[in-house]
Design a protein around this ligand. Structure first.
Ligand code: FAD
Length: 316
């Protein structure tokens, strides 16, 4: 079932989770262990992130280094199918522009369609580790909007080989990313919102936000979206904090702020066990306020700490 149908058919706030594919070599059972404690909350859908290949330097026996391409977390599409099969829950694979030619993207979409997956979250992806800024693959897409247009074409039965006869129309429900604290490359919020609106005008069914820790930023973002005519559901993305290191890692990696009240509390914690207690309570209060405000879905980035998310959702 499509994410947008879940939202439209529900009169209450839904729950959804986001997970990473396991590291190569770990096997799918590590993922099931992660998901098992979460499934009692009957998530409407589960997102699976996409991780592009990266260049790394590997030391050879003679002491020299060689540059090799590795993909540390492969398998997004097949993990989605495995989760659907095991838990009977809808899944949302993330699809990115980076590293894909348009032909490879079309093949990926055809595979998803064969697997019975009705949803995709379309993203540009970040720059590869060896690039200073995002470089599209030769013959690939530059922006999420271009990828979205390709999915829309397939939904209309238009394939890259324009002369295919009796080609089926796919039925993907399309989500896109939004940034309550602005995408870091955008010169200002107005520009970022304009590009977000272009994705919605081109047919995005809903928006999922980057994580935020201050609900007032989400509410302001939703208001700003509504003011420029974005009417689709805007799903808040939420993440627990559980280590002191996250005070610097999260702003650096995701270009978001931690509110002073939260970072001050984290700073005086004696250890990470205490940080986890602070982070769990913060996430609970955030979730309660958002639920009270009637958000369509509470979308949890569960990465590494499913138990915190389970504890919070249990309390809601
Ligand atoms: P876009 O919408 O293409 O926007 C990128 C930037 O370009 C923005 O600054 C935008 O304002 C600007 N822009 C857009 N169109 C134009 C235009 N026509 N002209 C000039 N500027 C323009 N990354 C992964 O690699 N894998 C994942 O699984 C993944 N999951 C994510 C899930 C969520 C919910 C979020 C919020 C992010 C996720 N990301 C993921 C990260 C994402 O790929 C990066 O944030 C990326 O830098 C931007 O992606 P986007 O889809 O928002 O890009």
């Amino acid at each position: 079932m499509k994410v947008i149908d879940h939202i439209n058919h529900s009169d209450q706030t839904l729950i959804s989770f986001e997970i990473l594919p396991p590291l190569k070599g770990k096997g799918i059972h590590s993922l099931y262990q992660h998901l098992d404690p979460l499934m009692e909350f009957k998530p409407a859908f589960i997102n699976v992130t996409y991780h592009r290949s990266e260049h790394v330097f590997k030391k050879k026996a003679d002491g020299t280094f060689e540059k090799v391409v590795v993909r540390k977390r492969p398998g997004t599409e097949s993990i989605c199918a495995a989760i659907m099969n095991k838990y009977n829950v809808d899944t949302v694979p993330h699809l990115i522009c980076g590293g894909f030619s348009v032909n490879e993207t079309e093949d990926a979409l055809i595979n998803l369609n064969y697997l019975g997956i009705d949803n995709v979250l379309v993203l540009r992806g970040d720059a590869a580790k060896n690039e200073t800024s995002f470089e599209p693959e030769p013959g690939g897409h530059e922006y999420a909007l271009d990828l979205l247009n390709q999915v829309k074409n397939l939904n209309a039965g238009v394939y890259l080989e324009g002369d295919l006869k009796n080609s089926i129309q796919t039925k993907f429900c399309i989500g896109v990313a939004g940034y309550p604290e602005k995408h870091f490359e955008s010169p200002n919020m107005d520009s970022d919102l304009r590009h977000l609106k272009a994705k919605v005008d081109a047919g995005a069914d809903y928006i999922v936000t980057q994580m935020f820790f201050d609900n007032s930023k989400y509410f302001a973002f939703v208001n700003a979206c509504r003011e420029i005519g974005i009417t689709v559901p805007i799903i808040p993305g939420l993440k627990p904090v559980y280590t002191r290191k996250q005070m610097t890692i999260l702003p650096k990696t995701f270009h978001i702020d931690l509110p002073a009240d939260l970072s001050n509390e984290m700073a005086i914690c004696k250890n990470d066990v205490d940080v986890e207690t602070v982070g769990t309570e913060w996430l609970l209060q955030q979730s309660k306020e958002l639920k009270k405000a009637g958000v369509p879905v509470l979308h949890y980035y569960t990465l590494g700490r499913p138990q915190i998310v389970a504890d919070v959702v249990k309390e809601l």
